[in-house]
Unconditional design. Sequence first.
Lengths: 210, 433
Amino acid sequence: MLLESKNIQYTHSGQKALIFPDININKGESILVLGKSGSGKTTLLNLLAGLLSPEKGTISLGGTNLSELKGQKLDLFRGKEIGIVFQKPHLLSALTVRENLELTHFFSKKKGQNLDKLLAELGLTAKAKSSVLTLSEGEAQRVSIARALANEPKLILADEPTSSLDDENAAKVVDLLKSQAAKIGAALVIVTHDHRVKSQIANFVEVESL
Amino acid sequence: MNLFKLSWKYLTFRPLSTGLNVLLLSLGLAIITVLLLIQDQFEKKMTQDAAGIDLVVGAKGSPLQLILAGVYHIDFPTGNIPMDEAKKLTRNRLVKSVIPLALGDNYQGFRIVGTNHDYLNLYGAEFSEGKIWEEPFEVVLGSDIAKKSGMKVGDSFEGSHGISVGSHEHEDHDYRVVGILSPKGNVVDRLVLTSIESVWYTHDEAETEEEAATESDSLASELPVAEAEEPEVHLDKFHSPVAKTGFPESDVTREVTTLLLQYRNPIAAVQLPRQINSGTSMQAASPSFEMSRLFELLGVGVSLLQGLAFVLIAISGLGIFIALYNSLKERKYDLAILRAIGASRIQLLFLIFLEGIMLTFLGAVLGILLGHTFLWVVISQNDQGVVSNLQAWIFLKEELWVLGYALGVGLLASIIPAWSAYQTSIAKQLTKV
C-alpha cells in the first residue's frame, strides 16, 4: 500500500475525540473522504498531510511513518511527497503564476516536474508570467492544482476542490486531478461533502458526524 | 526562487509602505552621514590650514574672528595694525618667524592676500604653471580659482574693493597672473596671492581718487605721502622688486592686517600672547585654542543634529516594525501555504528577518548616497567658503558603522514579526478560511 492510515484519532481542545476510518490506497488509485460539514474531514486531511499529529493510530506513506518525522524533516518530506489542493486556491499574490510553482521546488529541494510542461498541460502557458491577481477563479484553481503536482508527489490531497464550482467545472477539476495523479503515479485523496464527485470516483470512506 | 527573491517580491508588492519606510530611515542616516563627513574633514582641514602657525596677531576685537579671517579667510578681519608696531615683533626673542598679511580686496569673491614668499613655503605650495610674484600687481592664483575662473598665466584682472563680492572695482591697476599653484586641499587653493605692496598701491590709488573727488575744488595739498611722489618715481615703484620675506620697506606710515607667528620656544606660548595683548594695541590669538573653542561650540549643534537623526531612525525602525507586523497579519495564510509546501519554521523566520534587513539596507544605501549628495550640493553652492575644500565623494570607514547600525535597526524591528511567523500554526490557519 502507498498510503495506510490505521485507527487514527484526534481531539480538538474542548471537543470530543474524532475517530477516523482507515484508508488504504495504492499508487495511482483515488479515494473520496465524504462527510458533512464539521464532521472532521479537513482534520483528517491535515493529519494525512502531517500538518497535525494523531493522538492514536499511524499514518504511513510509501513506508514512512509520518509520526516518526519531526520538525524540518517532516516539512521537507511533506514538500517532496505530498501535494495539497486547498478549498480556495490561495496563491501568493506577490508572485507570478510560475513563481508560485517555483516555490515548491525551492522549499522541497526537489527538482520535480518541468514547470513549463506542466503549465502547458493545464492550459496556463500564457499566464505563466502574469500576476496571480489577474487570474480568473478557474485559472487560479488550475494553478493551485499545478502547485500540488509540481513536485510529482506520492500523495495528492484535495480539500473540497469542487465546493464552489458548477457541475461542469466540478467534473473538469476532478478529471484533471485524477488524470494528473494517474500520470505521475500518485495516490489521490479528495475530501468533500459534494456527493456529485461520487460519479467520478467510486472508492470512498465516510467520516461520521460527531 | 529563493528566500531573497521572495522577500524582495513581498517588499515590492507594497511599494508605498516600503518606499516610505526606506525614505524615513534614509533621512536619518543621511544626516548622520553628513555629520560624519563634515566632522572628519572639517577638523582635519582646519588643523591642516593652521599647521605651522602658533599665534595670529591683528587688530583688537574677537579672537575667533581674527583666526577665522587671518588663517582660514572666512570672516572679516578685525581691522589693520600699524606696520611699525608689527615689525617690532620680529625683534622679540620669543618669535621665530613672522609672516605679514594685508587684506582688503577680492576677485569675484576670492580674497586677494598680500604677503611675502614665506606664506607659500608655510603651506608647501607648488606651482603647476608660472612662477612666484616679483613685482607689484603680479599675482599667483590658488588652484580652485584658476579652475573656476579659467585664467591662465599672462591673463590680467581687476580686483574689487572689500573682501566679499559686489564692491567697486579698482580700475587703475590690473593684477597680472604670473603663476598658478597645484591643488593642495588647503586654504591656499582659494586665495589670490600677491605682494603686500600690491595691496598698498591699489589702495593708495583708491584713496587718491576719493580725495580728488571730494576735494577737487580745494587747494588742500595733503595728499597721501605715497602719492606726493613724482610720476617717474611712481612708475618705478610699480616695477621695483617686492619684499620676498619679512616686511616691505616703506617711507610712509603703512598698515598690515594680520601677522602669522611661529614661537621660538615653548615658553613663548605662555608669555608672548600676554605681552602682545597687554603691552600693545594689537591682539594675539592662538589658532589651536580658538579652534578647540569653536569645535566645542559646534559640538552642541552637532549633538542636537545627531539626536534628531537618531530619533528619525528610531521612528523608521518603529515604522518598519509596524509595516512588517501588519503585513504579517495579512500574510498568515501565505505563511501557512509556504509551510504546507515544505517551508520550515526557520525559513519563515529568515524570510521576515530578510525583509526587515533588506528594507534597512536599502534605507542605509539611500541615506549614505543622500548624505554625500547633500554635501556635494552644499559644497558646490559655497565655492569660496571653508566647506569648498571638503570632499563630498570620499567614503569613510565609519559609514560601514552607519550601514551596520541600520541593519541592526532592521533586525530589531523584525524580531517580533519573525517570531510570530515562526510560530504560525499551519493547520489552524488553513482551517480558518
